[in-house]
Every structure is written in C-alpha cells, then in structure tokens.
Design a protein around this ligand. Structure first.
Ligand SMILES: Cc1cc2nc3c(=O)[nH]c(=O)nc-3n(C[C@H](O)[C@H](O)[C@H](O)COP(=O)(O)OP(=O)(O)OC[C@H]3O[C@@H](n4cnc5c(N)ncnc54)[C@H](O)[C@@H]3O)c2cc1C
Length: 478
C-alpha cells in the first residue's frame, strides 16, 4: 500500500485546507498526522500551555472525524519528524507528504528543510501549499495587499471528509500515539460559534474597550488562539465577518487587524532574522546587558507597578491579555528596566496561548523601539493605569493583596502615608513590592538614548535600506 500523509502543523483544522483536499482528491489512501516533536518542545518559546492547546485541538479534530466515521484517520505522534515519517514509510510506503508552508521560527524552518532533503533521498514528493495569504518568495510587496484580498475573498473549496471513511488509514498502532485531552472549545465549530457570538453582541464598543484590560476580555474577539493554531483560517473569519455586526466601525477595525496579522507574518517570512537580531542594527550596541534579578522581578510580577504586575499574573493564569497591555509589558521591561527584548521574548511567547512567531517578534521589536521605523512609544504604567483601569477593577482582580486599599492607592500604593498604611494594615515591601525603578527617571533615560540612535545617520541609513528591502522575501533563510 502507498498513502498520502497530510501533515498538520499550525493548521489544525479539516476545512479550508488545500493539502487535505488535494490528498483526498488523489484517489490514494490518506493519513492525517500531527507531531509533537521533542526538539521543538525544547525551544524557549514553547511551553506546556502550547502543548495542551495543540492536544486539545487534536482531540477536537478526532471528534470531527468521528462524525464521518473516520476517527482513526488522524494519528498523533510523539517523535522527531524524520523518525516518524521514516517509520510510516517503512511500514506503509509514503506516496507524498502534503503540508502548508510554515512561517515559523528558525528551528521549524530548518526542520522543514531537513524533511525536504529526506524526502528527496526517498523519492517522496514533499508538497508545501501556501498558507493563507502569505506568499513565499514574494518578489514585490506592491501588489501583496491585492493578492491577499483576492485570497481572502475567494470562495473556499469544500473538503469532502466522508472520503476518509473509505480511504483514511489507521497509523495509530505503528508508533507510539499520545492520549489526547478533552476537546471542548478547541474545534473549528467552537471558533465559528465564538465569532458569531462576538459579531452578535461582544463587538459593540470593541474599539474603545480594546485598550482597557478589564473590558477587552469581553469586547475583543478572543479568536487569537484559534487562529494561531489554525483551528480556523483567517479567510474563514474574514468571510464570516463580512457585512456583519451593528457597530460597523468596530467590525471594520477587527477585520483590518486580520490583514495586519498576515502583513506581519509576510514580513517575518522575508526577514526571519528578526527572531534574534534587531531589525535596525544601529541599536545593536545598546541595552545589551541582561540582569537576571531585574528580569526575574518582571517575570514574577514583582515590579511594584500594579498594572504591570496584574498583567503578568493575568497572563500567567490565562495566557491572554489585550494588545495595549502586551505593549506596555514589553515597554516596561525594555525601556524602564533596560533589558534586551531578546531576554523577554521567550517568557512572553511561552505565556501567550496564541503565540504566533510572525506577530510576536515584530511586535517585540516595535515596542522595544529597535526597528527605527516606527514611533517610539514608552508607556508610563501609572498613566496607563489611570487611563485604562481607572477604577482599578483589573488590578484588584489580579492583585487581591491591594484590594483593601482605596482605589487610587491600588494603582499607586507607594503614595500611602505611613499613618494611612498603618491604619490599613498594609506594609509596602512586604504585602506588595516596592517599585523596582522610578519610571519618570527610566523613561527619560530610555527616551534620550533611543532618540539619539533614531536620529543618527547610521539608523537612518539602515532604516532606508530596511524599507527598500523588507518587501522582498526572496531572502528567506538559505
Ligand atoms: C508584544 C506583543 C506580542 C504579541 N504577540 C502575539 C502573538 O504571539 N499572537 C497573536 O495572535 N497576537 C499577538 N499580538 C497581537 C495582539 O495583542 C493579539 O493578536 C490580540 O490581543 C489577540 O486578541 P483577540 O483575538 O481578541 O484580538 P482581536 O482584537 O479580536 O483581533 C482579531 C485578530 O486579529 C489579529 N490581530 C489583532 N491585533 C493584532 C496586532 N496588533 N497585530 C497583528 N495581528 C493582530 C489576531 O489574529 C487576532 O486574533 C502581540 C502584541 C504585542 C504588543
């Protein structure tokens, strides 16, 4: 027997899936494979949270397949890709491996190249399909938006899963499979339901609520994990949200973010070095020293700035916070604590339930101010708390140790006089940490140093070169 292997990576769905559709149309037996690769799970950006998210999505896929009588067509393996494919090939004979192109980190890129080489040696076609609107080897960005829109608007071809009941192959006994976890909330239908609910009511006030952490969790779509792990495609979200909703401006703003998402990923496709290196090398010589104790206070939610610490605790527990608070966390650690963004990047990536390399590294660098292309934003966490958590609702939820203080002091506990603190039985430095730095001073320092670099000839030269070349993705890793 010879079979097609459909390899699911960050595209854990069975609809809007060209590799699966192509395999099913071929007439040969088909096996769908998901891999949990130890080498990928050892990466600093990876976490147990990501593993659980992927497992939950595998369980949801199993349920979807069960509905067409093809549960066994999906095999979930723990092992390195080459080892797993070699074992499948030896036992069944692989006719081809079909997958979406992955705009991932360097390690996944190297893994994919190794698979391509192995396939060449085995005479097995490794067929990679474009992933959504992302174009590999893009030669010019000038028409990218048009192409993206054409893809997003194009009708979505059906995938006839019933074929799997006849031609799905059970690989499960060939190799060690994983026990999968409960699937609730992790399938394509769950994502679609979430989107429909949000378009029904949640979206109202989205634009205003987005910056406010207590409101954002209800008014943002919360689709990011579904999109990042591929339970739903951007195209599916785009088409379902067309002409929907009462608050049209909010839905339009949401839809433009779907395009930004792919725009960022397209840039990462062309400039993968941004995973490690400053986009603009003019910033290379500054902020180079990692101070473990300082970084650890930020990681442990012990900076003494309530909004920063509340965001970190929220992330640790839920894996999600809104855009503005992510930006503030990066701003705090890079500008106020003066730590290299690279030192904070893995911490956040592993906490984010929706970790998406193409967005993550670009945003890390934008917020750290190392691109030389974007406005420098240094968020003051006191101002952010006043503007976006005026009643300290969010702070109180995540820092219950501050709940006994009057609202203004929950945002700035250091302002309590010793008498007030004693009356409230509150000991700054014991019940809640003292401020790690004074943000007025650190903000000024960061602004002075970074603006000096931004205005330098070197930075401007690099920025011009980046603008001229960022559009081309031919330079994807060799
Ligand atoms: C430092 C930093 C790191 C980030 N890392 C990630 C990440 O790893 N994965 C991730 O999905 N988002 C990331 N974001 C972007 C943004 O914060 C999240 O996409 C958003 O908060 C997810 O919530 P939502 O699904 O409710 O978004 P909504 O506001 O409902 O937006 C819908 C979708 O649009 C996309 N989107 C929204 N905002 C942005 C944006 N600013 N840039 C690019 N795409 C966007 C996402 O796919 C999102 O699911 C990061 C932002 C910052 C500042």
């Amino acid at each position: 027997m010879s079979l097609h292997v459909v390899w699911l990576k960050r595209d854990l769905r069975l609809s809007d899936h060209e590799p699966l559709r192509a395999a099913l149309l071929s007439g040969l037996p088909v096996a769908i494979v998901v891999l949990f690769e130890p080498s990928m799970e050892r990466l600093g950006s990876h976490s147990e949270r990501h593993r659980t998210e992927r497992l939950r999505r595998c369980a949801a896929l199993k349920q979807e397949l069960a509905a067409v009588g093809a549960t066994d067509a999906l095999a979930v393996f723990s092992g390195e890709a080459i080892d797993v494919f070699a074992a499948i090939h030896e036992r069944f004979g692989i006719a081809s491996i079909l997958a979406h192109e992955e705009t991932g980190v360097e390690a996944t890129w190297m893994r994919d190249r190794a698979i391509a080489l192995w396939c060449r040696h085995q005479n097995i076609p490794f067929v990679e399909f474009p992933s959504g609107g992302i174009v590999r080897r893009l030669s010019s960005f000038s028409t990218w938006e048009e192409r993206w829109l054409a893809h997003a608007e194009a009708s979505i071809p059906d995938v006839d899963l019933s074929i799997l009941a006849r031609r799905g192959v059970h690989l499960g006994d060939a190799l060690q499979t994983l026990d999968v976890v409960p699937a609730e909330g992790a399938g394509t239908n769950d994502a679609l339901r979430m989107l429909t609910d949000w378009l029904g009511h949640g979206h109202r006030g989205y634009r205003r609520a987005m910056a406010q952490p207590a409101l954002a969790e209800r008014h943002c779509s919360r689709l990011s994990a579904h999109i990042a792990w591929g339970s739903i495609s951007v195209r599916q979200v785009w088409q379902c949200s067309k002409d929907q909703g009462i608050d049209r401006a909010s839905v339009a703003s949401f839809r433009s973010r779907l395009r930004w998402r792919d725009h960022f990923i397209q840039k990462f496709e062309g400039r993968p070095s941004m995973e490690y290196r400053n986009v603009n090398p003019a910033f290379d010589a500054t902020r180079t020293t990692l101070v473990p104790h300082t970084l650890s206070r930020w990681e442990q939610a012990e900076t003494g700035y309530p909004l920063v610490d509340a965001c970190m605790r929220c992330l640790q527990t839920t894996g999600w916070i809104t855009f503005r608070m992510r930006a503030m966390l990066v701003s705090f650690v890079t500008h106020h604590l003066w730590q290299p963004w690279q030192a904070a990047s893995d911490t956040l990536a592993s906490l984010f339930i929706d970790f998406e390399p193409g967005i993550h590294y670009a945003q890390m660098q934008m917020q750290a101010g190392t691109t030389g292309l974007h406005t420098l934003r240094i968020y003051n966490p006191i101002v952010q708390a006043e503007d976006n958590d005026a009643q300290a609702t969010f702070i109180t939820r995540w820092l219950p140790e501050l709940a006994r203080l009057p609202v203004p002091y929950r945002k700035q506990p250091w302002l309590l006089s010793p008498i007030e603190a004693a009356m409230l039985n509150f000991r700054l430095g014991i019940d809640y940490p003292e401020r790690i730095v004074d943000v007025e001073t650190t903000g000024r320092h960061a602004r002075d140093v970074l603006w000096q670099i931004i205005r330098s000839d070197a930075s401007r030269r690099h920025a011009a070169r980046i603008l001229a070349t960022q559009v081309v993705s031919k330079t994807r890793r060799p």
